[in-house]
Design a protein. Structure first.
Length: 259
């Protein structure tokens, strides 16, 4: 509540202050913002209900980050022990994700949907409430790409994991593949916005990133992965940890989940 809005957040706040919900779409078509509309629509509703401010305007990001950590915990705990689920939940604290957990931008909302999509994918593969999981997989991926266009990479990541799963099972799980692909369908509805995004991207400060900026960005992403996540993923993928309470064993992460 004591943290002022910085430059990017002001765009979210001002768009959410427009008189009508449809005004946001028109503003995006003019290139005022380069992101999809879901965050601005949600923030607009929150402003109408509770009034805008440094707490209310950041609620979508905070809730999204919170949901993501819970999903990571359950994703790993279902295959291993709770302690590894806790490690997975805490891992994003050491990445860029945490910086966006209290920022009125689309990233926090995006990773919340990403966590839900990951868990739905696991349930669908395990045939646990499969129909609900497949519908959830499509809807959460649609929510992710509607929060930020970068979530398109998430769809590619899940397809890569599903490709490994299909190879190891010697058959393709077509309903799961279809559910993942259908998650990208909102992009068709956003086609009228792409022209403005392409024009606006030419003037974006990262349009022509220097080698220094690229190194700084990817070092921030990859370093925590190499130091913490990768050894943990490898360990969970190849070991069957003994349960400290029951003496039983767990399967560990499936290879396609490690991917």
């Amino acid at each position: 509540s004591h943290k002022p809005f910085w430059f990017d957040e002001i765009f979210t706040f001002e768009l959410a202050q427009l008189p009508r919900l449809g005004d946001i779409w028109q503003a995006l078509r003019q290139g005022i913002e380069l992101n999809p509309p879901l965050l601005f629509w949600m923030t607009w509703i929150l402003h109408k209900l509770f009034g805008g401010g440094p707490v209310v305007s950041r609620l979508p990001a905070a809730v999204g980050y919170w949901v993501m950590t819970i999903c990571l915990y359950h994703f790993v705990r279902r295959r291993t022990r709770p302690v590894y689920g806790i490690l997975a939940a805490f891992f994003p604290l050491f990445t860029f994700a945490y910086e966006f957990s209290t920022e009125a931008r689309g990233y926090g909302l995006e990773i919340g949907f990403a966590g839900l999509a990951l868990l739905c994918w696991q349930f669908a593969a395990d045939r646990v409430r499969r129909r609900v999981a497949l519908i959830g997989l499509t809807l959460t991926l649609a929510g992710a790409v509607s929060s930020h266009y970068y979530a398109t990479y998430l769809i590619g990541t899940l397809l890569a994991g599903e490709l490994v799963r299909g190879y190891m099972r010697r058959r393709i799980d077509y309903p799961v593949v279809l559910a993942i692909i259908l998650g990208a369908f909102p992009l068709i509805a956003y086609r009228p916005l792409f022209g403005a995004v392409a024009q606006g991207a030419k003037h974006f400060w990262m349009s022509y990133p220097s080698a220094h900026v690229l190194f700084e960005c990817y070092a921030g992403i990859v370093t925590p992965l190499l130091v913490v996540a990768l050894p943990l993923l490898v360990y969970l993928a190849v070991n069957r940890p003994v349960d400290a309470f029951t003496g039983g064993t767990e399967d560990g992460l499936r290879p396609w989940e490690a991917v």
